[in-house]
Design a protein around this ligand. Sequence first.
Ligand SMILES: *Cc1c(COP(=O)(O)O)cnc(C)c1O
Length: 798
Amino acid sequence: MNITKEKILSDLKKVAMIMFTKEFVDTSKEDQYKIFATVIKGYLSENWLEKNENYRIGKEKQVYYFSLEFLLGKMTCTNIINLGLEELCMEVMDELGLDFKGFDKYDAEPGLGNGGLGRLAACFLDSMASIGIPGHGCGIRYDYGLFEQKIVNGEQIEGPDNWLKNGFVWETKKSHQSKRIKFYGDITLKELGGCLTPVHTGYETILAVPYDVPIVGYKNKVVNNLRLWKAQIEGNDFDFNSFSYGTFSELDEKKRNAEAISKLLYPDDTTESGRLLRLKQEYFFVSAGLQSIVDYNSKKGITPNEFPNTFSIQINDTHPALCVAEFMRILIDEKKVYWDEAWEITKEVMSYTNHTILTEAMEKWEIDKVQQLIPRVYMIIEEINRRFCDEVYQKYDDWDRVMEVAIIKDRLINMAHLAIVGSHSINGVSKLHTEVLTKKVLKNFYELYPERFNNKTNGITHRRWLLKSNKALTTLIDEMIGSSWKDDPNLLEKLTEFSEDKNFCEKIEGIKLENKKKLAELIWQETGIEVDINSIFDTHVKRLHGYKRQLLNILHIIYLYREILENKDFTMHPKTFIFSAKAAPGYYLAKRIIKLINSVGKLINNDDRINKFIKVIFIPNYSVSKAQIIIPGSDLSEQISTVGMEASGTSNMKFMMNGALTIGTLDGANVEIKEAVGGENIFIFGLNYKELKEIEKKQSYNPIKFLKENPKINKIVEMLRDGTFGGDFSSIYSHLVDEDRYFVLKDFNSYLETHKKIDGIYRDRDRWNSMVVKNIAKSGHFSSDNTIRKYAEEIWKI
Ligand SMILES: *Cc1c(COP(=O)(O)O)cnc(C)c1O
């Protein structure tokens, strides 16, 4: 297809007529963008159709990435970039008085994820398509994504994220490919054709309706598929009689219950409320996805024993771990495969990615719940567990050992154990994380199946996080090293030789300043606060959680506040501290920390003695689209988690790619960033993993004693309860003094000293810029293209 300016213009006219019965120029701005996106969708649909057809008739092995979350972000601009139509679209838009900003403004944002885990899934889809791997996503089409956060009186207020309210151009409903999902009921074993067959009766059926979203590869004509499932009741969803009498019927109730399954993305996986619904969600999309894959392959004439050669399934964290049991159910009950063979097929097909070692986030389900909701699947889990426990007992002759790895224990199903036992590959997401898994958290499993464990350090797509987010930097890099780095981001390394090039470094600095202006604009719009773009933009953006230690950051700010007030000679390079973070609605401490940040900010921003040195900004409602503005406009990236707790982190990589330097602990992928750029190009502070574990073992850290020995820190902590900031922060005070389980105080001095050091280096502009260039140059290592190539070779065998 030859796409020209004229063709786009005439297609816009046509589509405007079809959609709105109007001339393009007579439609509203918003509709013009919708029409534009629809025209673009038309162009990619040809590739989509062709690719689907190739996949259908071909023998190429497919990958399915199962994830309860896909934090996609806005798609129109990245689709245009990936289609290679950026220049052309700009020309057309120029002529029509439109621009890319408008797409961002009116584009629906599918924020169907909480944070890093969901964003990783989105980056992986982009990379699979861009390097030409037939890899697809499977998830839920939530009516409401992660809640919308407003800040009122400094506190987080949650509202619905009605992302679909103006429609979503990029999805296509595929009703004819709907699947039936069975819940509840009874299983009886009946003699059928000479063998005992489980028969499921008295169940409820929910219809899973797929909505497909195209995933466009970068200038390679590949269009893969993200299939998101929506829950509906089967058949007629409208009771004419009760409606005409104005009453609610049983049908209405059924409809509400069914639709509840795909209503909402859970903002939290640690609270009790709605847990049953979450379990329903998990089974719902797992069953729909697997049925659809198996039907597709059966139609192609592929028999179950060939499945491991035709597709792989990646289980993203434990939420889709039911894949193991549901796949066994399909193979045994529907495809009539014997257990042993079915088990071998399942293990070969499945692989599992672990994302956390926090015990409170380890998913466990009460067996009563599972048994009631999905009785047949429960039977299979029981049998998997029985056989597995047998195997372990045979090997070690030790029941304690068996109980440590059992899938079912204390009437709870351990979903991580189910995923591990049923997969041929288990990976952590950074070197350190994988080491902690194999040496500690999953040590017993590692000893059982060492060959299954491997590391795949997370990555990010440079197409969204550089090409789309930082166009000026993209253009400058093109000028310096040509544009082949866009296809192979490892080539960014060529920039290293320009790290001492004054002229180039000045240009880098100029681009940063422009991006800081854009961020300052966003800050002004969102908060009404003016910030100085010549100050250091020091940014801490990610979910709000104890282990991510936003508290350490704000305590340091309080320290600076005191210093400025009490020390007449105090001086520092002005700093703007920028936060953005959502807290899980049920996570009290996290919400108090948001309030604290805002309260400290209010005091500081309004005090002229202080605000010439520092300002504190909290940008509400952190999202992918906000991240795309915040990250390129930052000088310093706060990656300060308690060591051993951040599995990888991915925003650390996004910042680095956009020329921000990292202040961080030796945690997650920070370790590998340090290896890549060298210790002199990153600011590392705090305890390392070994030291922290030593302290934990000896129980040698006592915050009260620590505070006695550190009166300066003690003064700051006391300010949490002396009313300085208004509000009641005694819960944060107690958290620190009673236990300080995230070692906030313990790392404080080291953090403080490192910040002082950074201040000095920032003033040496040449040195700073040279460090920036070295970071950008090494950031290609952390492209998700590299990560996906390793998954493909080592796990999926593609
Ligand atoms: C990248 C990203 C995250 C993950 O950030 P971490 O710092 O790695 O936890 C979370 N939310 C959004 C919107 C992101 O883009």
